[in-house]
Design a binder for this molecule. Structure first.
Ligand code: FES
Length: 166
């Protein structure tokens, strides 16, 4: 079912807010992502059609912002900044070692479906690397000056039902 069919009221309300309909791209993407945690190719094509822009433009926006996704992931997305300033503070080694501990490669999800590890560009915490943002649906928390040990403790805490992310 299309976004327009499924969420007609919300789509109309979004368009009512903007004089220039291209400006509706962000809230439409947010709407498209809400259910499954990522934006499907079909939704990108539909959004492009609604906004009268190319699907590749919509896809490039999804690709640019770390809070939008074009693929399914685990319950949590652990997005480690491995951009140059963070790499200089050891973020690349941190990411490598973290992946080893979790038994995944960058972009993969742990076998229990809990955590997907991603490498992203600057998250504006350059002086606090290694750092990552942790996404669970709409919820985003930031974890700075991290070590692999502390991150694994965090993962263990996430595994425990009902535990909040600190
Ligand atoms: S370069 Fe990593 S937070 Fe800025």
């Amino acid at each position: 079912m299309s976004l327009k069919e499924k969420y007609s009221e919300e789509v109309n309300a979004i368009f009512a807010k903007y004089e220039n309909k291209r400006s509706a791209v962000m809230p439409l993407l947010y709407l498209a992502q809400r259910e499954g945690g990522y934006v499907t190719k079909e939704s990108m094509a539909e959004i492009a059609e609604m906004l009268e822009i190319e699907t590749t433009e919509v896809a490039s926006i999804v690709g640019f912002y770390s809070l939008y996704h074009d693929e399914k992931a685990g319950k949590y997305r652990m997005q480690v900044c491995a951009d140059l300033p963070c790499a200089l503070r050891g973020a690349d080694k941190f990411l490598e070692s973290l992946c080893q501990n979790l038994g995944v490669k960058v972009g993969e999800t742990t076998s229990d479906g809990l955590v997907t590890v991603e490498s992203v560009m600057c998250l504006a915490g350059c002086d606090k690397a290694p750092m990552f943002q942790l996404q669970e649906g709409d919820r985003v928390t930031y974890h700075e000056n991290m070590t692999v040990d502390r991150t694994m403790e965090l993962v263990e805490a996430l595994k425990a039902a009902g535990k909040e992310v600190k």
